[in-house]
Every structure is written in structure tokens, then in C-alpha cells.
Design a protein around this ligand. Structure first.
Ligand code: PLP
Length: 460
């Protein structure tokens, strides 16, 4: 019986591309009309499905990728997902190297598709042996039958946009496009669109949306490659000029900080109901600035390059946003600023004395904490941690049905908000969690991790 995985082209591949275009209607776009191409609607959830299918089928055609072969790539996640979608459906092995700042959803999705994922450091740049692109190139040399997709140097990457994304935009906009706002990761999107629009509409301007810290925006404005910073937005921004990038059509460039990118992505979901990834925030923020700066009406296109469901644990997670310093919350100038889950924000995960130990354990696990305050109404009556649970269980699961009241520590030492870091450190040094409370009540817990987090934030 023929292997159906390789004998027929998987039908899902026909769903790649032809994504819808939707107008932005709930933001101030100045005199312009702004449209977003919803690349999140591709079956793999991003614009990179386009290059996944194009690069693989190109390599199959000219024999670089043979049956039983292995697809290797360096990817911020989306290209890996696009490649894995196509390659696994066609029966190839997939080996990917991803930078370790990538959202866990992407890594889980890649693994669920059957890709082998290697983590690389995100704090090193091109030329370093631990850089994800160098690691992937080195890996592909050691695997027999490996084909290195190499989106950063593969001309089929740009070609997929020249023959797919570009003509789609041109048709959907009724052959009337004044500007296209896009980001650069590998540079494939920009290069392919530039080639296409130079042919059909040379007056169409390109606008670069770049995360602050990337060198591209400065390079476009000054011709100089400046110092590289770091940024939390995923998929765009570079520390070098990719070989396939074509910046010749770029007429304006914006550098957008992480805080604005993340806030704009969240705003897009609130106002327009579109859940995009972090880079969507960078693109939309740039597009809005460009639109508002215009003095005549223009028709502008940008992208929602990938789905926000891939970033639920980051962009759309208040706790992560606060920890990353990307979401402001009231500051008191005292120990309350170190509490990651504040009672007053409704952020505290707690149990009551009457809850069972099973409930306590499940809440700890879900919130990824190792202790919980025990509250009776708003009054703090105890704290329960992993040690309390283990001591009570004594190896017998039946005790999970016991109540928290019998296992919690109720001899509580509290710290006043203004007790200071030294007092906090002394509590933590004794292996305790600090309970911050005053006459107005319980504010929250401070753990050793919270203190580390606080110190790391002050580094920035
Ligand atoms: C998440 C994401 N990936 C990739 C790209 C474009 O990448 P490339 O330059 O590799 O075509 C974008 C562009 O905005 C993006 O938002």
C-alpha cells in the first residue's frame, strides 16, 4: 500500500494564502484608510506558512530535499510551524533551532507537530557559535539527507511573497495601494513585495516597522549600523542586514518600544476583536503613526502576521506583562511594589481554611506558585506551602481530602509595607515567604523569586 503521507499532496496546503483583508475602523487613522491582511488565518497561524510550502516544494523539485530527508531550520517559531506543517504532512523529519525567548505556545505547538526543537541562546548575535542560525547551519551538516531551509538566504522566501502575498494585496485593494507597512525578520516579505509592487505600482511606498533595539530603522535613516539592543517582540527586528532584504523601496521607518508594541496588540484585540501576536503591535503602532502624519488621504496596508493565541502566556497575560515591566501598575515606593500578585488588584490566588489540600495543590500548580495565603474573607489566617502539604500527606494520597486548616502555618510574622529591603531579606534568608500587611489588611506575599525579579527590573 503506498504511503498516503507522501503519495498525495496534503489538502491542508491548499488553505495557505488567500488570507482576508479587513479595514481598521476603531482607531484614529488620520486622513488615511488602513487595512490589515490577516495572515493569522493561514492553517499554521502565520505568514510563514507561505514560505514553508514554497521553500519545501522548491527543494523537492530540484532534488535538494529527497524522500526520507530532514528539514532543518533556524526560526523564531513561525517559520518552524510553517515548515513543520508542510514537512510532517509530507513525511519528512523536522529539526528546528529556536531562540530561547520564544513563547512556550510556539514550542509546544512545534513539538506537538512532531518537530525536534533545539533551544539556542537569544543573548548572542550573528557570528556566535550559539546563535540560532549558526547552530542550525552546523546541525544540518551533521544530519545525513538534511536540507537547510535557510530562510535568511533562500530566494524562494521572497518569491513566495512576490507571487502570493503581493498579487493578493493588489487585487484586494482594487489596484490602489499608497503604502505598505511591514516588519523585517528574514526580509522575505519586504523583498518579495518590493519586487512585485515596483512592477505594478512603483509609487507604492514601503514603511518599515522595527522594534526598538533592532538596527534596521537607524540603518534606513542614517545608513549606519548602530549598536544592537534587545527586544521582546518576536519575529521581527534584526542585528544584521539579512542578505535577501531589499530596503530600496522603504520611504519611512519607525522604531517602536516593546511597551507600545504590546499595548497596541492588546488594544487591537479590545477594539477590533483581532488577536495578533506581539509583532502585530509593532506594525499597527507604526502604521497608525504613518497614517496620522499624512496630510492627504492614503490607502495603507499592514499585516497581522501571526495569531495572538500563540502569545496568551505573554502579550495577553497581565502577570507576565507586569513582571516584564511592560504593563504599568500603581507604584508605592515600598515593599508592595515587590508583590507579584497583589490582593488589591484581585491578583492573589488563595485558599480558605475549609478548602481541601487537593484544592490547595491544584491552585498552586495552576498558578505555578509554591505557597498560598489562606484567607477567611479578606482576613489572612495562614499560609500553606509545599512543605506543609508533604508533611500532612505523609505519603498517603488519602490526606488530600483533609482541610487546609489542619496543615497551614498560622503563626504568622508580617512585614509592614515600609519595613525596607533589609528586613525583607532577613525574612527570606530564614527560608520564609514574606507576608506584607498593615492595619488596612493583607497586601500580598513576597518570595525570593519576587525579590530577584525586582532586582532584575532595577538593572534595566
Ligand atoms: C511574526 C512575524 N514574523 C515574520 C515577519 C516577516 O518576516 P520576514 O521578514 O521574515 O518575511 C513578520 C512581519 O511583520 C512578523 O510579524
Amino acid at each position: 500500500m503506498p504511503d498516503t503521507r507522501t503519495a498525495t499532496r496534503p489538502a491542508v496546503l491548499d488553505l495557505i494564502g488567500n488570507t482576508p483583508l479587513v479595514e481598521v475602523t476603531r482607531f484614529d487613522t488620520g486622513p488615511c484608510r488602513l487595512f490589515l491582511k490577516l495572515e493569522l488565518q493561514n492553517p499554521g497561524g502565520s505568514i510563514k506558512d507561505r514560505i514553508g510550502v514554497a521553500m519545501i516544494e522548491d527543494a523537492e523539485r530540484d532534488g535538494r530535499l529527497l524522500p526520507g530527508g530532514t528539514v532543518v531550520e533556524a526560526t523564531a517559531g513561525n517559520t518552524g510551524l510553517g515548515l513543520a506543517l508542510v514537512a510532517r504532512a509530507k513525511g519528512y523529519r523536522v529539526v528546528l533551532v529556536v531562540p530561547d525567548k520564544m513563547s512556550p505556545e510556539k514550542v509546544l505547538h512545534l513539538k506537538a507537530m512532531g518537530a525536534e526543537v533545539h533551544m539556542a541562546r537569544s543573548d548572542v548575535g550573528k557570528g556566535h557559535a550559539e546563535y540560532y542560525q549558526e547552530r542550525a547551519a552546523a546541525l544540518s551538516a551533521t544530519i545525513p539527507g538534511a536540507w537547510f531551509a535557510d530562510q535568511f538566504n533562500n530566494p524562494t522566501n521572497a518569491l513566495a511573497h512576490e507571487t502570493g502575498t503581493g498579487p493578493e494585496i493588489w487585487a484586494q485593494m482594487g489596484h490602489d495601494v499608497d503604502a505598505i507597512v511591514c516588519g523585517v525578520g528574514s526580509g522575505g516579505t519586504l523583498a518579495g513585495l518590493t519586487t512585485f509592487f515596483k512592477r505594478v505600482s512603483p509609487s507604492t511606498a514601503f514603511v518599515l516597522a522595527d522594534p526598538a533595539g533592532s538596527i534596521l530603522c537607524d540603518y534606513i535613516k542614517t545608513g549606519v549600523i548602530g549598536p544592537v539592543g534587545s527586544w521582546a517582540v518576536e519575529g521581527i527586528g534584526e542585528d544584521f542586514i539579512p542578505s535577501i532584504a531589499d530596503l530600496s523601496g522603504v520611504r519611512a521607518a519607525y522604531s517602536i518600544g516593546d511597551e507600545e508594541s504590546f499595548a497596541t496588540a492588546r488594544e487591537l484585540l479590545k477594539r477590533e476583536g483581532i488577536a495578533g501576536g506581539s509583532s502585530t503591535g509593532t506594525l499597527l503602532a507604526s502604521a497608525l503613526r504613518y497614517c496620522r502624519e499624512q496630510t492627504t488621504a492614503k490607502r495603507v496596508v499592514s499585516f497581522v502576521c501571526d495569531t495572538g493565541t500563540r502569545y496568551l502566556s505573554k502579550v495577553y497575560n497581565d502577570q507576565w506583562m507586569v513582571d516584564a515591566g511592560l504593563l504599568a501598575r500603581p507604584r508605592y515606593g515600598d515593599l508592595r511594589d515587590l508583590i507579584s500578585r497583589r490582593n488589591e488588584d484581585g491578583g492573589v490566588v488563595s485558599v480558605t481554611p475549609a478548602d481541601t489540600l487537593l484544592v490547595a495543590f491544584q491552585r498552586m500548580r495552576a498558578a505555578e506558585v509554591s505557597q498560598l495565603p489562606v484567607l477567611e474573607g479578606t482576613r489572612l489566617v495562614g499560609v500553606i506551602d509545599e512543605t506543609d502539604l508533604l508533611l500532612r500527606l505523609r505519603g498517603s494520597a488519602a490526606h488530600f481530602h483533609d482541610t487546609v486548616s489542619g496543615a497551614m502555618s498560622s503563626a504568622l510574622e508580617t512585614l509592614l509595607p515600609d519595613a525596607g529591603i533589609d528586613a525583607l531579606q532577613r525574612v527570606l534568608d530564614r527560608g520564609l515567604v514574606a507576608i506584607i500587611a498593615d492595619a488596612s489588611g493583607f497586601h500580598g506575599l513576597v518570595t525570593r523569586f519576587d525579590l530577584l525579579q525586582h532586582l532584575r527590573r532595577s538593572l534595566a
